[in-house]
Design a protein around this ligand. Structure first.
Ligand code: JBK
Length: 227
């Protein structure tokens, strides 16, 4: 999978060079390319923003640099999915990550300030598949942190990135429930014991207990996830 990220803070995306995703990049499983939007500006100050029409506080990202950088990225004709992370987007969920993991190429456009001139979204949607996606109902200073989360959630699902694929099957939100609680040695720690069933060696009983725990935790914490 190829992932392009357009940003005015390429250094923020540097964290993608470490850990699992770093190894996936090194082995070629993930081809992550970060592009500095300012490279598509042509004035002395490399200006990427301007005042909003209609007034109001803050600045809006100019359409010209975005148009130019997307012209280049979309020239390959390989039908990428273009994602605009925005608080005004469709919620990004595990099913979204699973769906995007099936894409051959993703392009993430990181907005800053009050956002990107909406015509960039409209113009891009006329020549590519576009999704406006939200990481959550909170305010960030830009899309970079959201993209880091999205790239991690998607990248780890690409075959070969996670060493043991079995570890992908019993996670929170996989299958619609929150994951069961986990324990390791020692069996007794500061007066707290590991549930006896987990030390029973009865795999059927362990599976039943874990399912019950997932359902109970989901009912308690996220009843909205239950059918
Ligand atoms: N919430 C937010 C934001 O405030 C700015 C850019 C992207 C997002 N988001 O994806 O959730």
């Amino acid at each position: 999978m190829r992932i392009d990220v357009v940003t005015i803070f390429p250094e923020v995306l540097g964290v993608l060079d470490v850990s699992l995703l770093g190894r996936a990049r090194a082995t070629g499983l993930l081809d992550v390319r970060v592009h500095d939007l300012r490279d598509a500006t042509h004035d002395r100050h490399r200006t990427v923003d301007d005042t909003p029409y209609g007034g109001g506080a803050g600045m809006v990202m100019r359409p010209e640099p975005w148009g130019e950088v997307l012209d280049g990225l979309l020239a390959d004709g390989d039908d990428p999915l273009v994602v605009f992370p925005t608080p005004a987007g469709t919620p990004f969920t595990q099913p979204t990550a699973v769906r995007w993991a099936g894409e051959r190429r993703l392009i993430f456009c990181c907005g800053r300030y009050e956002g990107i001139d909406q015509r960039v979204v409209e113009h891009t949607a006329a020549r590519a598949r576009v999704e406006e996606a939200s990481l959550g109902d909170f305010v960030l200073n830009g899309g970079e942190v959201a993209v880091l989360a999205m790239v991690e959630a998607v990248g780890r699902l690409v075959p070969g990135v996670i060493g043991n694929p079995a570890s992908l099957t019993e996670e929170s939100h996989e299958g619609g429930l929150l994951e069961y609680p986990s324990y390791t040695k020692p069996a007794l720690w500061r007066g707290l014991e590991v549930p006896a069933v987990l030390r029973s060696g009865d795999h059927g009983a362990v599976a039943r207990w874990r399912r019950e725990q997932s359902e109970a935790r989901t009912r308690r914490v996220r009843p909205d996830l239950l059918p």
